[in-house]
Design a binder for this molecule. Sequence first.
Ligand code: HEM
Length: 475
Amino acid sequence: MDPYKNRPSSAFNSPFWTTNSGAPVWNNNSSLTVGARGPILLEDYHLVEKLANFDRERIPERVVHARGASAKGFFEVTHDISHLTCADFLRAPGVQTPVIVRFSTVIHERGSPETLRDPRGFAVKFYTREGNFDLVGNNFPVFFVRDGMKFPDMVHALKPNPKSHIQENWRILDFFSHHPESLHMFTFLFDDIGVPQDYRHMDGSGVHTFTLINKAGKAQYVKFHWKPTCGVKNLLEDEAIRVGGANHSHATQDLYNSIAAGNYPEWKLFIQIMDPVHEDRFDFDPLDVTKTWPEDTFPLHPVGRMVLNKNIDNFFAENEQLAFCPSIIVPGIYYSDDKLLQTRIFSYSDTQRHRLGPNYLQLPANAPKCTHHNNHHEGFMNFMHRDEEVNYFPSRFDPVRHAEKYPIPTAICNGKREKCIIEKENNFKQPGERYRSFTPDRQERFIKRWIEALSDPRVTYEIRSIWISYWSQVA
Ligand code: HEM
């Protein structure tokens, strides 16, 4: 018997029950008892192991985006952007890269309905030859706040009341009345697209400004956008009640069934491009996540397409244990100085070390599919097989060398240390433009949703007046 052959996998199942350590189980129905009626003996190791595993089946759900569905497929480059980036997976049209995608709602729990008014997460992990690239975005192209310092309070306000465990508009409107930068995001959330029909019929956006950098070191700011080939569709209030009432997992089911039926969802990827040299030319700050870049000035350039053609094999392994992180990038793609993005660079791997354990990147769904090597090993649940004798650097016994240098942005950062707001807040212009672009019936539905939210009896006269003042400045 080769003791190293059968790694833990259902591919190596024995035809009979065993304990976790492989011993045959001859009775999986009855506990070991003294006599037919009990009591049970503690020495029934199989029973104890079975219960102990069951007792620990749940891991902490994500602190946000707990409810989600995932699927696998590929990304294919359709347009050459090798003049903009040295990213290997974007090197030429026709190049395909495997992906896993997770769509999610944001606020409510792991089992909550998928028909709630909430942004939707749109996270894509590209398994490239130069490591994974995670594009962890949403369906809306902007965000509520622009400084990560506000994020935990924002989530607390949006989540259920800590006393009653009920989501309440007075808490949400109280919090955001202090933050008028959220108005633009609310023109998406309270619009018809605030409840997408399902995960297949929604846009995706990287939201932040990222940097593409080519071999010569020239950096360009970009924004990423996904557009579904089957179009964007939403549920109006009465439809959402009907769909959600009949099936609280309708979007997960729609994704799973579509893929199983061979009706593969597809999105086109576009980028908007801005030369960083021009970043001061506008009445908004291009790194501000509460702003979009106008498409007449920054047109959408096609880059590729993503097709989801494979359902996951196991929800726990490929959804619950899946870990996306905006800091996971590849050569040719870099962050920007966007403060919110900078906060996210810290937060995701931090929560994942807590949620999944320090070796979460060894889990199959998260591990790179290319060769990789470093000495960050050991810790809880390290299951990587290693047989090297040298686990330090540098060493004359270890031939591993540095990778080839790749370009990163060279722009000089300077300024004094401070805690402050950005110069060009311009909180009202873009939400106004968006509201005015709605047809009159869409505007009416938008206003009706606001009237309903502001009618919460615990919204005070002061809070209501602030919101009316904000929306008056927008319109
Ligand atoms: C400073 C601001 C933010 C912080 C601190 C933050 C933090 C988090 C945390 C802790 C998680 C749970 C991750 C996990 O347990 O695996 C999460 C999930 C997620 N966040 Fe954020 N977030 C922020 C802003 C944003 C923004 C602006 C977007 C959209 C561009 C976004 C999109 C997502 C998505 C899609 C997920 C779910 C990923 C998945 O499917 O596993 N977040 N966020």
